[in-house]
Design a protein around this ligand. Structure first.
Ligand code: NAD
Length: 498
């Protein structure tokens, strides 16, 4: 763990050279149009870089490079063990450069530097390493055919993958895609969010240093309606993988349908219920977890525990504990200070969205128990303290819509079935948690909850070994685990007459 202080990080930020050009076919290059966009830091408002603003033309060039390398086979037809060696070097390089990459994350999107170092960077490296380690241990199948036939069931890379990712965990989300996409032999065009392009651009150089052939990984910074559309509507992209909002995900499915029917895999929004029964094993532990579930990463987490469903018999006591935990442990501060646990919201637009939801909670009659206004006089003006609303009813906007900020909606319940009905009363189905010491009740809840991940007596467990993704409008397909490989491969049946 680093011993650097906030002023050390600030000095490092001042002297850090930032990569701001697109990365196409092995070289950094300006956008064809010559256009740039200004990338400001939510930490202190500084202009970080004028970043290449890519468009359809750049998408064409990057997809062409990806297609050429895929067809040539310099990566796609390498032995799995050879791809593995390159990706293991990439994982090691991510680790070796983790301080720089963590700082880029914090500068770009405002998360606490301590989290960037201890959560984002290890997870990014792990995603690459885990996928690399797996790739030479997966076997194909021989079908149970009659004796005069040999039926081979094999997996092949899909070809050109476009990966469009969000800003809340920029590098980690990118690596959840890149690990399995590259391990299975595809060529990739990665589009980071316009709000957080820097770490992905730096990663491109590390990939080359690791030995990835030019053109196999291309990185295009820019806006969704420009280069994003250039990729989602491209006729030579075979598969589009996406993490982001449900609104944009829906649009991408239309784009694919109107063009070449590229496969579309979506990891989208959430409104996850965290359900606390009166027989939770340890109310203090549950309260601390409920606080972390809404405050970690400023609440800018797809799986944030935004709906706290509490059995009415313990509600008052439990909400008081959650409020106390938030007040004591989750105070917003300077994102570059290693002791800070809640950083800055990503930008003014996100701030307005979050404040708008807070106003709507007040207007709809929920009881404000904590927070409710931004911290004044802060370094960056984008610090919003954890905010808790009690007496929320399931149809209120703050109980239905994804806020993507540190705003918690507490809803009371009396009966098990009532809790399950409220929990499932959402268009989303990403995650859910349940706290009880009754094993049967926990299993019944886990079965009843329509969500891709269910946690029992914890919030946000998981690692690379288990699939991650959503039911309903939280998406389709899964990141992480061997199941993620399904998105990046086509199944082929080969019949040989003997
Ligand atoms: P967003 O949907 O606004 O943007 C995501 C990406 O899509 C960005 O790179 C953006 O530039 C691009 N994009 C936007 N419009 C586009 C278009 N028309 N065509 C092509 N690309 C376009 O999401 P965001 O604000 O960056 O991220 C927050 C969202 O991400 C939240 O909804 C959150 O729940 C979700 N998220 C989901 C997961 C998950 O695993 N399910 C993980 C993290 C974040």
């Amino acid at each position: 763990m680093t011993t650097m202080t906030a002023s050390d990080w600030r000095a490092r930020a001042d002297s850090q050279e930032l990569v701001s050009q697109a990365f196409i076919d092995g070289s950094y290059t300006p956008a064809r149009s010559g256009e740039t966009f200004d990338d400001y830091s939510p930490v202190d408002g500084r202009l970080l870089a004028r970043v290449a603003s890519c468009d359809v033309e750049d998408a064409d060039l990057a997809v062409a490079a990806a297609r050429r390398t895929f067809a040539e086979g310099c990566w796609s037809r390498q032995a799995p063990s050879a791809r593995q060696a390159v990706l293991l070097r990439l994982a090691a390089l991510i680790e070796a450069n983790s301080e720089e990459l963590a700082m880029l994350e914090t500068l770009d999107m405002g998360k606490p530097i301590g989290d960037a170092l201890s959560v984002d960077l290890p997870a990014a490296a792990r995603a690459i390493r885990w996928s690399a380690e797996a790739i030479d241990k997966i076997y194909d199948e021989v079908a149970p055919t009659p004796e005069d036939q040999l039926g081979l069931v094999t997996r092949e890379p899909v070809g050109v993958v476009a990966a469009i990712v969000p800003w809340n965990f920029p590098l980690m989300m990118a690596c959840w895609k890149l690990g399995p996409a590259l391990a299975t032999g595809n060529s990739v065009v990665l589009k980071p969010s316009e709000k957080s392009p820097l770490s992905a651009l730096r990663l491109a150089a590390l990939a080359v240093e690791a030995g990835l052939p030019a053109g196999v990984l291309n990185v295009l910074p820019g806006f969704g309606h420009k280069v994003g559309q250039g990729l989602s509507r491209h006729d030579d992209v075979d598969t589009l993988v996406f993490t982001g909002s449900t609104r944009v995900g829906r649009r991408l499915m239309v784009d694919a349908g109107e063009t070449n029917m590229k496969r579309v895999w979506l990891e989208a929004g959430g409104k996850s219920p965290n359900i606390v029964f009166a027989d939770a094993p340890d109310l203090e532990e549950a309260a601390e977890a409920a606080a972390a579930a809404i405050a970690f990463n400023q609440g800018e987490v797809c799986t944030a525990g935004t709906r706290l469903l509490v059995e009415n018999s313990i509600r008052e006591e439990f909400v008081s504990r959650v409020v106390a935990a938030l007040e004591h442990h989750w105070v917003p501060g300077d994102p570059l200070d290693p002791t800070t646990r809640v950083g800055a919201l990503v930008d003014g637009t996100q701030m307005e969205t979050v404040l708008g939801f807070i106003e709507s909670g007040k207007a709809e009659g929920a009881s404000l128990r904590l927070g409710g206004a931004p911290l004044s006089g802060s370094l960056c003006g984008l610090l919003v303290p954890p905010t808790v609303f009690d007496d929320v009813t399931p149809k209120m906007r703050i109980a239905q819509e994804e806020i993507f900020g540190p705003v918690l909606s507490v809803i009371g319940f009396d009966e098990f079935d009532e809790a399950m009905t409220i929990a499932n009363d959402t268009i989303y189905g990403l995650a859910a948690a349940v706290w009880t010491r009754d094993l049967s009740k926990a299993h019944r809840a886990a079965r009843a909850l329509r969500a891709g991940s269910v946690w029992v007596n914890q919030y946000d467990g998981g690692d690379m070994t288990a699939p991650f993704g959503g039911f309903k409008q939280s998406g389709n397909g899964r990141d992480k685990s061997l199941h993620a490989f399904d998105k990046y491969t086509e199944l082929k049946a080969t019949w040989i007459k003997i």
